[in-house]
Design a protein around this ligand. Structure first.
Ligand code: SAM
Ligand code: SF4
Length: 328
């Protein structure tokens, strides 16, 4: 059997986040600055063929699941074509995508036809005005339309990512819980991570401890543990007994899960990033572009080898790279 991706702490890496662009049609305040960000030069952005070849190498190393992300993946032209290629030409067993949903209505059917398994859509507020404020340009109605079209196309379970900030949208948690009673949604609450713009967000709202919020919700709604049909992430899932949907809690800070981390990130310009909390990475872009599979394999093994044991965000560590180029 060929080498597998196992890091120095015995964690097996079988999940790849693939960022297909560092550009975005929104500027969420915790993720991207309004202006002044430099994007990767076009010549460095991996082509679909190069992404597929990289995933094939990753497959040989035991990666079986992937999620397409960005920036905003749907601003990349012909994205359904990449999905089709990944489904046909690699051994991925699960392929999902994280999107802000703005362009989803138009592409949901093509994505489903191409073989995408499900989508995660980021929706930080149920209130259109707040949604616009946090995303700077977002149109909530368009995002809901995208979610509906994705559900109709069978891109289920639809998972919603909602980043909770104290003093901004923590009063919406109950509305989300109630929405899961009769909708088949998986609503995942996210803690703010001190990455890029997320470090200096104080004016809008502050870090909300989702372990505390989860405990309150368990007490108030009698939540019971649940498990979504598909997924690989660190979220812990719960549901109101009898509800059609469920709730996930992504708690990197208040309830750290680094010891079970199974992922690696491929950026749009071919960097392999083993941990969100550190700027360390292995530059595989050139090897990928010249089709040197052996070198790409070595880059994966090296990235696994330098994967840090865990983050130290809870004691003031921050990550310099903006989240939009890391992919979330
Ligand atoms: N544009 C797509 C979207 O928004 O879903 C995909 C990329 S985005 C970087 C992926 C996820 O990262 C989103 O759900 C977003 O809320 C989350 N995210 C971005 N910055 C974050 C931060 N500082 N802390 C926690 N989550 C963050
Ligand atoms: Fe764009 Fe997603 Fe970042 Fe918002 S969170 S700015 S939608 S990449």
């Amino acid at each position: 059997m060929s080498a597998q991706l196992v890091d120095r702490f015995g964690r097996r890496i079988d999940y790849l986040r693939i960022s297909v662009t560092d550009r975005c049609n929104l500027r969420c305040q915790y993720c991207m600055p309004l202006t002044g960000l430099e994007f990767h030069p076009k010549s460095e952005i991996l082509t679909f063929e190069e992404i597929v070849e990289t995933v094939q190498v990753a497959n040989e190393l035991g990666i079986t699941k992937a999620r397409i992300t960005g920036g905003e993946p749907l601003v990349r032209r012909d994205l359904p074509q990449l999905v089709r290629m990944l489904k046909r030409e690699t051994d991925l067993q699960e392929l999902s995508m994280t999107t802000n949903g703005l362009l989803l209505a138009a592409q949901a059917e093509a994505l489903a036809e191409a073989g995408l398994d499900w989508v995660n859509v980021s929706v930080d507020s149920l209130d259109p005005k707040r949604f616009r404020e946090i995303t700077r340009f977002g149109d909530l109605e368009r995002v809901w339309e995208g979610i509906e079209r994705a559900a109709q196309a069978g891109l289920t379970p639809i998972k919603i990512n909602t980043l909770i900030l104290k003093g901004f949208n923590d009063d919406e948690v109950d509305r989300w819980v109630e929405l899961t009673l009769d909708h088949e949604l998986v609503v995942r609450f996210l803690e703010l991570m001190p990455i890029g713009e997320g470090v200096k967000l104080k004016h809008l709202g502050s870090f909300a401890n989702l372990t505390e919020i989860r405990e309150e919700l368990i007490a108030r709604y009698g939540l019971v543990p649940a498990r979504p049909a598909r997924g690989n992430g660190p979220a812990r899932y719960w549901k109101v007994p009898g509800a059609r949907g469920m709730l996930g809690f992504i708690t990197p800070i208040s309830d750290k899960y680094c010891d079970s981390c199974n992922r690696m990130r491929l950026t749009a310009n071919g960097e392999l990033r083993p941990c969100l909390a550190y700027d360390v990475h292995v530059k595989a872009g050139e090897a990928i572009q010249r089709g040197d599979r052996a070198a790409v394999k070595r880059a994966f093994l090296r990235a696994a080898d330098i994967k840090p044991e865990g983050h130290h965000w809870e004691v003031g560590q921050t990550t310099r790279t903006v989240m939009s180029s890391l992919g979330g």
